[in-house]
Write a protein of this length. Structure first.
Lengths: 390, 404
């Protein structure tokens, strides 16, 4: 890897952050307006929309969390501007979301009641989206250091090779991003159970180590309160048959996707990191909710390692999917962007594949579409919290 | 300069190879329509020499005099000439010099020196039998991660070692292999389907080789991913100079090919992927189209392969089997040879050293548990002889929480 590769071509935003995409986002604030958002997206080339399947009312637990998550999407370096769709102009979510936004953020709210109906609302949203898309064309990519990159990491559908090929390769690439001054987010608190000691020992300060311990303990407790004991069946019989002996071993296989860098911060779901480096984010195990939360925190590229394959993507950030074995890539070529399987077959080392993965990350940051973008995967769901302690 | 005269070769439905003079991109006058039975360059040369005319003059004649035209579809094209040997020159463009120097960790200025030196970098690319034509796949090594196509004007020498014509060429390269150590150059350059030439051969005296535009287009999943252009104007060495250096070494074999070096280097973050489509276009010659494919070595299974075991971190006292290991089987971990004492299934762990009861089991460079009984080197390491420290350690988390 040469020094030239430690830069990427991105969109420089007013707040100093740098986008890897230049989306116009169509964001519905209620399930009932989701189809209108999809309608606008299909009418206006250059927009992306999501579908919201949750009712977000002040009475629900996690209302603030949801508002913060949505604000993180609207105020995102990959988003040039947003058309927000609401049922009513006085929906408390509109205020909770927009009051948190800095002045430079471009958005418009279209409310069905103000617009006088669904058809007029969609027409209004379409006009606004077209204007934003026209403006967005003027933004150009400029070279910038990887220090401006926040990488989101995730693993799902783990197999016996996850901890050997895809995750350590991602860890190596993550370390290279951190060395270049950038950041990497390690999420999925429930997969840290059993590996918190390793992370705590790598914590930059005593306070961060404490935060690692308490975050995992909190998720663990709330899980048990819900009647789910994550460790009861861990490692699962299938894991044991596959050669995983202990829960520490399983968690280590996952935690290595964060590399070996010191943990500089532990953040809540959908919070923007203040430090640069390896950051632990408290998220549930649900893939889509992880991506939505990490996107809300300002990450501009995600890497998803998988042993089983998944079509999952995110509307505003490219998700690079990495297979653990070459057979998976060959079996599901249109689901996988990058294969780490040559490590298992003995052709390449973790370091070689890690360097190659960094090249892929830079290429995707520069605009190369990932398969999830090509096939329009924009899954969406917001974490509603672990629940209050009783 | 007159209009370029181009030749193509194609394979008919019945498997015959025919040679023809291009009328336009997809139409040609078959040589055997004029010279019955002649389907080779040797036959054409013999005829023209017998007549005392140049191949270009003869080609002009038959273009004017022969009414027969055949349509040739792109899929039928093969390399326009069977080269005997393919050689290649390196670092003949400034851009190539800079890219090579940047990618190599300790180049000791090799590339700069060779760019300026009298003696050019010339290397043997591959035997002619290994060269592929338009439409064929080009290979990607499984043990490399950073392949690029190198689009190059390719010179074809005749049986007298004279420049006979030009074609397009793709000098496939594994950049990471070359960057790792210049001594790996042959492995970076020569592998299955690492050289493609075509689609046409343009006669030497009908084109100016120093004024050709070369465009590289790479398509990924149907979208244009890379487009770069250079011109042979920037070729630093003369073709005569390169050929004369080859001729110093030994008598040139008839129909030797020489790739003249690349003036196009894709951005550093670019690496060819399985399925990428590569178009190398020189307007006077046409577009050489190939698709990249991972080499799966299905032509010969690796004989008697030893199942691999992987030590993930140097501190580990266990390694993971990446194949089924039999009992009493000889295995190699890095540079260490050992013998398995148990059968080890795929994905399971084997002890790399004698481990005492109570010792930590180390994988990923971290503790994954404690040996519940002594484990000898080569034994299976699993739930029968390892205990989790987290089983009871769960309490630790809770205690930690309660202290706060």
């Amino acid at each position: 890897m040469t020094d030239r590769a430690l830069t990427f071509q991105g969109y420089h935003r007013a707040d100093g952050r740098v986008g890897t995409r230049n989306h116009v986002l169509i964001l519905p604030l209620a399930p009932a307006v989701s189809s209108t958002a999809s309608g606008v997206q299909s009418q206006v080339l250059g927009t992306v929309s999501v579908e919201l399947h949750q009712d977000i009312k002040p009475t629900i637990e996690g209302f603030d969390l949801a508002a913060r998550t949505l604000a993180g999407w609207v105020d995102h370096p990959n988003v040039y501007a947003t058309v927000i769709l609401a049922l009513t102009a006085n929906d408390p979510l509109v205020d909770a979301l927009t009051s948190a936004l800095p002045r430079h953020v471009r958005y418009a709210v279209v409310a069905f009641d103000r617009a006088m109906g669904r058809i007029r609302a969609q027409e209004r949203a379409r006009t606004l989206a077209e204007e934003y898309v026209a403006e967005a064309q003027h933004a150009t990519r400029q070279s910038t250091s990887l220090a401006h990159l926040i990488l989101a990491t995730e693993c799902g559908g783990s197999d016996a090779c996850s901890g050997l090929s895809a995750n350590p390769s991602l860890g190596y690439a993550s370390d290279l991003v951190v060395k270049a001054g950038g950041s990497s987010i390690l999420a999925e608190t429930t997969e840290l159970i059993g590996a918190e000691r390793i992370l705590a020992e790598r914590a930059a300060t005593e306070q961060i180590a404490e935060a690692v311990w308490s975050t995992v303990a909190h998720a663990e407790k709330s899980a048990m309160r819900m009647g789910v004991d994550f460790r009861g069946g861990q490692p699962a019989p299938g894991n044991i048959a596959g050669g995983i002996t202990t829960i520490e071993e399983k968690s280590l296989g996952c935690v290595h996707k964060g590399g070996t860098s010191p943990v500089v911060e532990v953040i809540d779901y959908a919070v923007r990191p203040r430090q640069r480096g390896l950051v632990v984010m408290d998220t549930p195990g649900h893939d889509v909710m992880q991506f939505v939360g990490m996107a809300a925190s300002g990450s501009q590229v995600a890497v998803f390692t998988t042993g089983r394959g998944t079509p999952t993507g995110a509307a505003i950030i490219p998700v690079i999917k990495v297979s653990t074995r070459t057979a998976l890539k060959q079996q599901l070529p249109d689901l996988i962007d990058f294969d780490a399987g040559a490590i298992i077959d003995g052709y390449l080392t973790v370091e070689q594949v890690g360097r190659a993965l960094l090249r892929k990350i830079v290429s995707v940051a520069n605009g190369e579409p990932v398969v999830a973008e090509r096939y329009g995967h924009r899954e969406f769901g917001i974490f509603q919290g672990w629940g209050s302690e009783s | 300069m007159r209009e370029a005269i181009k030749f193509i070769r194609w394979q008919t439905g019945s498997g015959e190879i025919r040679l023809g003079v291009c009328v336009c991109d997809d139409r040609a006058v078959p040589v055997d329509a004029v010279l019955p039975q002649v389907t080779s360059w040797e036959g054409v040369l013999a005829h023209c020499r017998g007549q005392g005319i140049s191949v270009a003059e003869w080609a002009d004649q038959i273009l004017n005099d022969t009414p027969e035209r055949v349509a040739v579809s792109r899929e039928r094209l093969i390399a326009p000439v069977d080269v005997s040997e393919l050689w290649a020159a390196g670092v003949t463009y400034e851009l190539s010099r800079d890219a090579r120097e940047a990618e190599t960790i300790s180049a000791l200025n090799f590339y700069r020196k060779v760019y300026d030196a009298d003696r050019p970098e010339i290397f043997f690319k591959c035997p002619g039998t290994r060269v592929v034509g338009p439409g064929a796949f080009v290979g990607l090594r499984r043990d490399a991660t950073w392949h690029v196509p190198e689009p190059e004007l390719t010179v074809i020498l005749d049986d007298a070692g004279q420049v006979f014509g030009y074609t397009g060429g793709n000098d496939m390269t594994a950049r990471d292999v070359e960057a790792d150590n210049p001594l790996y150059l042959p492995q970076a350059k020569f592998f299955h389907h690492s050289a493609a030439i075509g689609p046409t051969l343009v006669l030497a005296d009908t084109v100016d080789p120093y004024n050709l535009t070369i465009t590289l287009d790479i398509w990924r999943r149907g979208g244009l991913h890379i487009r770069q252009t250079t011109s042979t104007r920037y070729l630093r060495r003369s073709i005569a100079d390169l050929v004369s250096y080859m001729g110093r070494a030994w008598p040139l074999a008839p129909w030797t090919g020489l790739m003249t070096g690349t003036g196009i280097v894709p951005p550093d973050e670019f690496a060819l992927e399985d399925g990428d489509e590569i178009d190398i276009t020189i307007p006077e010659i046409g577009t050489l189209h190939n698709r990249a494919r991972l080499i799966t070595s299905d032509w010969a299974p690796v004989p008697g392969a030893i199942p691999r075991v992987l030590r993930i971190d140097p501190r580990d006292n266990v390694a993971v089997a990446l194949g089924e290991i039999q009992k009493e089987q000889r295995i190699t971990v890095g540079s260490v040879n050992m013998v398995s004492r148990d059968a080890i299934p795929f994905g399971h762990k084997i002890a790399l050293e004698d481990i005492q009861a109570g010792d930590w089991i180390v994988k990923y460079g971290e503790h994954i548990g404690v040996a519940s009984r002594p484990i000898a080197e080569g034994q299976h390491v699993h739930s029968h002889n390892v205990e989790s420290q987290r089983g009871r350690g769960d309490l630790l988390v809770h205690q930690k929480g309660e202290q706060e």
